[in-house]
Design a protein around this ligand. Structure first.
Ligand SMILES: C[S@@+](CC[C@H](N)C(=O)[O-])C[C@H]1O[C@@H](n2cnc3c(N)ncnc32)[C@H](O)[C@@H]1O
Ligand SMILES: [Zn+2]
Length: 223
């Protein structure tokens, strides 16, 4: 199955899908020298409007930049355009199953929320996923396993303790090795880690996505 990974960054989401067997191709407007799979440098909205480019992909994942939607948006002066709505419109036109990921507070339709504590990670990193098909099961948070979750936002500063967005005390990673370990990612720098989602999230979604795609194509073949 071929998966198109839009707004791909350095490939956190991509790696989870790859782990369950997807053939992944990434698109990002910025160069991504550490993206581990096939990569095209392009504007994701242009790609979504190009039927020739989209031909042959079975599913599309999109992670539009999230600064303008996050609960800390007022702290940012990033000026990122709001990309969720135009991305959704083009995903629906593309006519294949899709996953759109973003931060808590983003205007996603009927999203599921995943948490690092559900996957034994050191980060909590709540993220929302809008899916074009229903997930059968969503693991609940297990915060009791993370009395002091690690916060990998930022590009590295003193390894202190600080209040977390969802309450409780978060700690900063001790160093790059620690930041990578708590995310389950061993190839990114601190800036890339701060934008990535843990591959465990898309490994989980990808497993159910494969089931969905297999069932759908079997039903189409039988029709
Ligand atoms: C939140 S990061 C994606 C992180 C990635 N999903 C991961 O798990 O590693 C968003 C990415 O969108 C890219 N981006 C921003 N605007 C874009 C556009 N119009 N087209 C393609 N990529 C864009 C940024 O360069 C950035 O790498
Ligand atoms: Zn949680």
């Amino acid at each position: 199955m071929r998966l198109l990974d839009l707004f791909c960054g350095a490939g956190g989401a991509a790696t989870g899908y790859r782990r369950v067997g997807f053939d992944v191709t990434g698109v990002d407007v910025a160069a991504q020298p550490r993206y581990p799979f096939g990569f095209h440098r392009a504007d994701a909205l242009d790609v979504l409007a190009d039927p020739t480019f989209l031909a042959g992909f079975d599913v599309i994942h999109a992670s539009p930049p999230c600064q303008d939607y996050s609960v800390t948006a007022s702290l940012h002066t990033s000026g990122h355009p709001r990309l969720i709505e135009p991305t959704r419109a083009r995903l629906l036109s593309a006519g294949v199953p899709y996953v759109m990921e973003n931060v808590v507070g983003a205007p996603l339709f009927n999203p599921v929320r995943l948490c690092g504590s559900s996957f034994g990670l050191g980060v909590r990193r709540h993220r929302l996923f809008e899916l074009s098909w229903p997930l059968l099961f969503v693991p609940p948070c297990a915060h009791y396993l993370q009395p002091e979750p690690i916060d990998v936002t930022g590009t590295g500063g003193p390894a202190g303790r600080l209040p977390g967005q969802g309450g409780g005390i978060h700690r900063k990673p001790r160093n790059l090795t620690h930041a990578r370990a708590v995310m389950g990612i061993d190839w990114m720098n601190r800036r890339e880690l701060s934008q990535a989602i843990p591959p465990a999230y898309t490994e989980f979604i990808g497993t159910q996505l494969l089931d969905h795609l297999t069932t759908t194509s079997a039903a189409e073949a039988a029709a």
